[in-house]
Write a protein of this length. Structure first.
Length: 335
């Protein structure tokens, strides 16, 4: 919670000034974050989401901090109807306002997240603050995905996109694998593959780069979701576009798990305790064999998926080691 920031009910606060007044928490994985105002977020719930991010991914967040607030709004929202705005990602130079409470009127003008340039203080270096509208995101899935997709894009911006992912994603694109993981990935992929002036032998390099960034951020976000919450595969669709084929999604998630293994300490990662409720998405069943040991845990509520990352082509011990599995106690359990 904020310390030193005066809350006047209904007053809008400058986001940069607010960020300078709050005390950031630092999670065991290194991510800095804070909760301010009437977010309705329980501290254990928020802590678990933050700590679901593997340490190797969190290391790329050093120049950022995440602020969970009731509502974040662009300055001048009253004169700029929400329906007239096409941008969902504002630049850090745009002034952002924060409401410490939720109202239906303000929610109509709020945006899912805003990036804010936060000046240095006595205790913190200058950084980019990512303000997430917790009350605009009405369930745990939406909140978690908003946080994780921001983490995915931030990692791509800071550390780049792994060559292994670029190779995999492009091979799927040229093979015309069905669907994609988001509208942005779908549109940029189609443009890239269609090529310059319709010449498929000359891929559109700008669209290709945009495809890799969108697809990578999506894959990382979905992987992190599988560590943190239960969700149905169909919930990944934002608008009307075909979802990525299950086997192709599984390939991307196996790669994410290989590149960014979950934090393995049971005291540091609540996600490792979730093996007791690993359920299976029906769209994925039959596309790739599952761990036999995990199938015993998969019959409770078909239709939900918590750990599609645990899919493997083979139930051999070597493959199980490739993607860590965890017991209820949170320890590696590859036997």
């Amino acid at each position: 919670m904020a310390e030193g920031a005066h809350i006047s009910t209904g007053n809008l606060l400058d986001a940069a000034e607010l960020a300078s007044a709050v005390v950031l928490k630092r999670a065991p994985n290194g991510i800095r974050y804070a909760s301010f105002g009437d977010t309705k977020l329980a501290d254990p719930e928020l802590d678990r989401l933050i700590q679901a991010v593997p340490t190797v991914v969190a290391a790329a967040m050093q120049a950022r901090a995440f602020y969970f607030v009731p509502l974040a709004l662009p300055e001048g929202f009253a004169a700029e109807p929400n329906a007239g705005r096409s941008e969902t990602h504002r630049q850090a130079s745009d002034r952002t306002l924060v409401s410490p409470i939720y109202t239906s009127e303000l929610s109509d003008e709020a945006i899912c997240h805003r990036n804010v340039a936060v000046p240095a203080t006595a205790s913190e270096n200058a950084h980019e603050g990512v303000f997430i509208s917790a009350r605009l995101l009405r369930d745990q899935f939406a909140l978690a995905f908003e946080f994780f997709i921001n983490v995915g894009h931030a990692f791509a911006a800071e550390a780049g996109i792994p060559d292994a992912f670029v190779t995999l994603a492009w091979s799927q694109a040229v093979a015309d694998v069905r669907g994609e993981t988001s509208q942005d990935a779908w549109e940029s992929r189609n443009q890239a593959v269609t090529g310059v002036q319709g010449d498929k032998s000359r891929p559109d390099e700008k669209a290709k780069s945009e495809f890799f960034e969108s697809a990578f951020a999506d894959a990382l976000a979905i992987y992190l979701l599988s560590l943190a919450v239960d969700f149905d595969y169909s919930e990944l669709r934002e608008r009307e576009y075909p979802l990525l084929a299950p086997s192709a999604l599984a390939d991307r998630l196996r790669l994410m798990a290989h590149l960014f293994p979950p934090t393995s300490s049971p005291s540091a990662t609540a996600a490792a305790l979730r093996a007791e409720s690993m359920w299976v998405c029906p769209e994925l069943r039959g596309s790739t064999p599952f761990f036999p040991r995990k199938m015993a845990l998969a019959g409770k509520r078909p239709g939900l998926v918590t750990s599609i990352l645990l899919l493997t082509h083979s139930p051999s011990s070597a493959d199980r080691g490739f993607i860590p599995a965890y017991s209820r106690a949170g320890q590696r359990s590859d036997t």
